[in-house]
Write a protein that binds this ligand. Structure first.
Ligand code: 6PG
Length: 233
């Protein structure tokens, strides 16, 4: 595990945007785009706003954009993870930018099948994901892999049925997260401390812990969330 800690959420977003651009330029120096999967929720909003401020100088040709998960809604829906990135940032993409939106409006099952095809074609062409961005939920979920979700599958994308607490979703599977070259988990605020601590504890069973057991994760935290790295008072 690698931990990068910034003084606050704004500096965290700036530092991660800097790193993302450097990584994209490095990939392009080898004549290929950096393939990234964007996370949803609310945490990445600052990052997308920061990237939006840099849209005119971004190496768009050096980015191929996927999504870590999506709600089973259309792109205009306020719950859409695509919309979260589109409004401040992706709306400024030039024509031809490589952006693979998960068609949540088709419903979870159909959208998962469509996304599976996109991911399998990319993987089949040796174009596995380079970086998957993740957040972490209070229950230790990552993407839309919630506690109790089936984690053993040969698929790269799966549908997540609605529950009384949350709408249906489409998510990268645990094998897809493990197969990616790197995983970056972004967390900010003291409200993330308990979830991080619980997943970093020995013998933890949260979805984040299950991922950590199979692949390294790079944690990008602000100072508030990084309190999780210290023993509880
Ligand atoms: C989603 C996200 C989800 C999110 C965590 C953290 O679609 O909601 O993919 O996994 O990253 O729930 O959410 P916050 O960033 O809002 O705390």
């Amino acid at each position: 595990m690698i931990f990068t800690v910034a003084d606050d959420a704004d500096r965290l977003a700036q530092a991660l945007a800097d790193r993302l651009i450097v990584e994209a330029q490095a990939a392009w120096a080898h004549a290929r785009p950096l393939r990234i999967a964007l996370s949803g929720g609310s945490t990445p909003r600052r990052l997308y706003e920061e990237l939006g401020r840099r849209a005119t100088t971004l190496p768009w040709q050096a980015l191929e954009i996927f999504f870590s998960d999506e709600r089973a809604v259309g792109p205009q829906d306020s719950a859409s993870n695509y919309r979260l990135a589109y409004l401040p940032w992706l709306s400024q993409a030039p024509p031809g930018a490589l952006i693979h939106r998960i068609p949540g409006e088709l419903g979870a099952q159909a959208a998962a099948c469509a996304y599976e095809d996109i991911l399998q074609r990319a993987a089949g062409a040796g174009r596995d994901l380079d970086i998957v961005f993740l957040g972490v939920g209070a229950d230790g979920h990552i993407a839309s892999l919630f506690p109790g979700a089936p984690l053993i599958t040969t698929r790269l994308a799966q549908a997540v049925e609605a529950t009384p607490e949350r709408q249906a979703r489409i998510t990268l599977t645990l094998p897809a997260l493990v197969a990616a070259r790197r995983r970056i988990l972004l967390a900010e605020g003291t409200h993330k401390v308990d979830a991080l601590r619980a997943s970093l504890a020995p013998h933890a069973e949260t979805p984040l812990a299950r991922l950590l057991a199979q692949a390294p994760v790079e944690f990008w935290l602000d100072r508030a969330a990084a309190q999780a790295l210290c023993p509880p008072p």
